[in-house]
Design a protein around this ligand. Structure first.
Ligand code: NAD
Length: 262
């Protein structure tokens, strides 16, 4: 299926690895021109080279920097001739116990996982509406629907973003101008982030990494982790021309792990 977005420009944040990279790959395969960001230049350039080599890929530009800072966001926006598609992503906050978190820790989480996407949306959404096309995807977490106790910073900050997006996405000034805003909620995906989290659990519990991974896989009826390719394919569809009537949604992609009916 041709997704009808060839030649559009996408800013994909935090895209040298993992889910962000999966999104960039799927958009590159549709002929979308890309600006990708990450903190480390080396991994970012390697990813950009791999993206350019994909059949049908358009232009790929890189911006090394921290997307949670004003400078990082300004540099990313400056590199993109126009932002037709915005994929908001950044590293997730650390696990822990809220008794140990001070105000600074909370502000860092809220900055990264709530205010950064809001700032990038603010900088791009009105021009999208003027042009009559815009797709905004926020990578959040399954923890928004089913909180994970040790990830209180993520549960809290991402829920703030989710509430804000629920209101913004329904503004007629955006929805009637073919600008959609949706959140993708990953369950457990086979990425560096998941491996680091599982290593932490292994150290804490004395189990082997394999035991921890097996137990984690069994939490989803699919009995496996998701892949970045699967995540990217969903992202590309949500960004497609065909998905113009899909807005304000929280789309879980978790192998059936969330146990609720709705
Ligand atoms: P990852 O560690 O595999 O990749 C993260 C990418 O983001 C890397 O390219 C890294 O360079 C970049 N990055 C991190 N912080 C950045 C910053 N401040 N500025 C610019 N680039 C930055 O992680 P992932 O698994 O792809 O996770 C992506 C997001 O999805 C995270 O917020 C994570 O918490 C969330 N998430 C992941 C899972 C999972 O199972 N993998 C589940 C739920 C939520």
């Amino acid at each position: 299926m041709d997704l009808g977005i060839k030649g559009k420009w996408a800013l994909v944040c935090a895209a040298s690895k993992g889910l962000g990279r999966g999104c960039a790959e799927a958009l590159a395969d549709e002929g979308v021109n890309l600006v990708i960001t990450a903190r480390g230049a080396e991994a970012l350039e390697a990813t950009a080279a791999a993206l350019r080599a994909r059949p049908g890929a358009g232009e790929v530009r890189t911006v090394a920097g921290d997307i949670t800072t004003a400078e990082g966001r300004a540099a990313a926006l400056a590199a993109c001739p126009q932002v037709d598609i915005l994929v908001n992503n950044a590293g997730g906050p650390p696990p822990g116990d809220f008794r140990q978190w001070d105000r600074e820790t909370w502000l860092k989480a809220v900055d990264a996982n709530m205010l950064t996407p809001i700032e990038l949306i603010k900088a791009t959404v009105d021009a999208m509406a003027e042009r009559g096309f815009g797709r905004i995807v926020n990578i959040t977490s399954g923890a928004v629907k089913a909180p994970i106790d040790v990830l209180g910073l993520s549960n809290g900050a991402r829920s703030g973003l989710t509430g804000f997006i629920a209101g913004l996405s329904r503004q007629p000034a955006l929805a009637s101008r073919n600008v959609t805003i949706n959140n993708l909620l990953p369950g457990a995906f086979d990425t560096d982030r998941l491996r680091v989290t599982m290593q932490g659990t292994a150290q804490k519990t004395g189990q082997s990494l394999d035991q921890v991974a097996e137990a984690r896989r069994m939490l989803a009826p699919a009995r496996r982790f998701g892949t970045a390719e699967e995540f990217g394919a969903l992202c590309a569809f949500v960004c497609s021309a065909q998905a113009g009537f899909l807005t304000g949604q929280n789309l879980l992609i978790d192998g059936g792990a969330y146990p609720g009916t709705y």
